[in-house]
Design a protein around this ligand. Structure first.
Ligand code: UDP
Length: 370
C-alpha cells in the first residue's frame, strides 16, 4: 500500500520513529511534517537522534488558534492527498496535525489508520480529547495501546477495525531506557545526583495558558522538597514570560531550568529521577516503564492503568496533594509492576494490522490479494 503518514509534533516524531522503519519494509510511506513543531529542539533533534526518515513533504504550518491551524493544515493536505493518491492515511495521537490528517483523508475518501486510538480523559475542555474522539470516529483501523482504549471505543459503539497492539512509544522507551539508566554523564552535566532530584515537565494548555493556573504551578514547584530539573517547553516559557513569572521560577533555590531536551538526555534524566512530575501523557507512561513514581499535574489522565497500578498519582496543581503523593512514594513503592502497554513490539503488530487492512481493501476493490 501507499501510505501518507502525517506528523507534526514531538511525541509524534517519537511514535513514528518506532513504526516508520517496520512499515517501510512492507509498504510505501510518504512522510508529511505539518510544521506544528518546527524548531530544532522540538523537531529536528528527534529525526537525527531516533533515526526517523526525513519528511518527504513539509507543510510549514505553525501558530494561530487550534482551529485556524487545523484548517490551514487540512487545506494544504487536500491537494497533497489528491496528488499522492495514497491507499491509507496514518495519524498518531491527538494533536491538530492528527485531526487535520483525519479530516483531509476523510474528505479525499482515503481510509484513516489511527495509532493510539481509544485513549480518553473524558475531559472535553482538553483540545486533545476533542481531537481524539473526532479522529476515532473517522478511522478505518483503530490501533489501541491497551484494552482500556478498546473498551472506551466499544462504549462509543466503535468495534470494527479496532485492534489492541500495545504502545509504539513504549517500543522506543524499552529500547532506550537501559542505556539511559546508566548514563550518569547526563545527570552530572546538569549538576544533579542520580536519585537526588525531581524531573518536571508542564505544557498543557489547561495548566499554562491561564496566568492564575500558571502562578499555582510556580507555587507548587516552590514547595517541592528536592532539586527540580525542568526542561521548559517553548509554550510554557512564553506564557511565563507574558505573566511575569519566569524570574520567580529562575530564583527557586536548586532549580535547573533547561531548554527542551533531546530524547536520550531526557530519558536519562527521567530514569534516574527520584520521581517525575508532569502533565504530559507520554512522560507518565515513560516514568511507569522506568519504574519511577509519577505525580501527574492534572485531575484526570488517559493512562489510567498507571494510576490503578499505584505508580501515578493525580494531584492537579495542588502543592499539598503533590507533597503527600511524594511522601507516600517515599514511604512505600507500589508492590507490583505489570506490563501495561505491551512488550515493546507494538510497531510490528501495527504493521500486521495494516497488512490486514491492505488485504481487505484489495478484496473490496476486486484485486487479487495474492
Ligand atoms: N521529551 C523529550 N524532551 C523533553 C521533554 C519530553 O524528548 O525535554 C519526550 C518524552 O520522553 C516523551 C515525549 O517527549 O517521549 C512527550 O512529549 P510531550 O510531553 O510534548 O507530549 P505529550 O506526550 O504530552 O502529548
Amino acid at each position: 500500500m501507499k501510505i501518507v503518514t502525517v506528523v507534526g509534533n514531538r511525541p509524534q516524531f517519537i511514535k513514528a520513529a518506532a513504526l516508520s522503519g517496520p512499515l517501510r519494509e512492507r509498504h510505501v510511506e510518504v512522510l508529511v511534517h505539518t510544521g506544528q513543531h518546527h524548531d530544532d529542539e522540538l523537531s529536528r533533534v528527534f529525526f537525527t537522534e531516533l533515526g526517523l526518515a526525513r519528511p518527504d513533504r513539509e507543510l510549514g504550518i505553525a501558530g494561530g488558534s487550534n482551529e485556524s491551524q487545523t484548517e490551514r493544515m487540512v487545506a494544504a493536505l487536500a491537494p497533497l492527498l489528491a496528488e499522492v493518491a495514497p491507499d491509507a492515511a496514518l495519524v498518531y495521537g491527538d494533536t491538530n496535525s492528527t485531526l487535520a490528517g483525519a479530516l483531509a483523508a476523510e474528505a479525499a475518501l482515503v481510509p484513516v489508520v489511527h495509532v493510539e486510538a481509544g485513549m480518553r480523559s473524558f475531559d472535553t475542555a482538553m483540545p486533545e480529547e476533542v481531537n481524539r474522539v473526532a479522529v476515532d470516529r473517522r478511522s478505518a483501523l483503530l490501533l489501541c495501546p491497551s484494552e482500556t482504549a478498546a473498551a472506551n471505543l466499544r462504549a462509543e459503539g466503535i468495534v470494527d477495525g479496532v485492534r489492541v497492539v500495545g504502545d509504539v512509544m513504549v517500543d522506543v522507551a524499552m529500547r532506550r531506557q537501559p542505556a539511559a539508566r546508566a548514563d550518569t554523564a547526563a545527570t552530572a552535566a546538569r549538576g544533579v545526583a542520580p536519585g537526588g532530584y525531581l524531573l518536571l515537565t508542564a505544557h498543557r494548555a489547561g495548566n499554562v495558558d491561564d496566568a492564575n493556573r500558571l502562578r499555582r504551578l510556580v507555587e507548587l514547584i516552590e514547595s517541592l522538597p528536592l532539586r527540580v530539573v525542568l526542561p521548559l517547553h517553548p509554550r510554557t516559557r512564553a506564557r511565563l514570560t507574558d505573566a511575569g513569572l519566569l524570574e520567580r521560577l529562575e530564583e527557586i533555590a536548586g532549580i535547573v531550568l533547561t531548554e527542551p531536551l533531546g530524547y536520550a538526555e531526557f530519558t536519562a534524566l527521567l530514569c534516574q529521577a527520584r520521581a517525575v512530575l508532569t502533565d504530559s501523557g507520554g512522560v507518565q507512561k515513560e516514568a511507569y516503564l522506568a519504574g519511577v513514581p509519577c505525580v501527574t499535574l492534572r485531575e484526570n489522565t488517559e493512562w489510567v492503568e498507571t494510576v490503578e497500578a499505584g505508580w501515578n498519582t493525580l494531584v492537579g496543581l495542588d502543592p499539598s496533594r503533590a507533597l503527600a503523593a511524594l511522601r507516600a512514594y517515599e514511604a512505600a513503592r507500589p508492590g507490583s509492576h505489570p506490563d501495561l502497554y505491551g512488550d515493546g513490539h507494538a510497531a510490528e503488530r501495527c504493521v500486521e494490522a495494516i497488512d490486514e487492512l491492505a488485504h481487505g481493501l484489495r478484496s473490496e476493490s476486486g484485486v487479487s490479494a495474492a
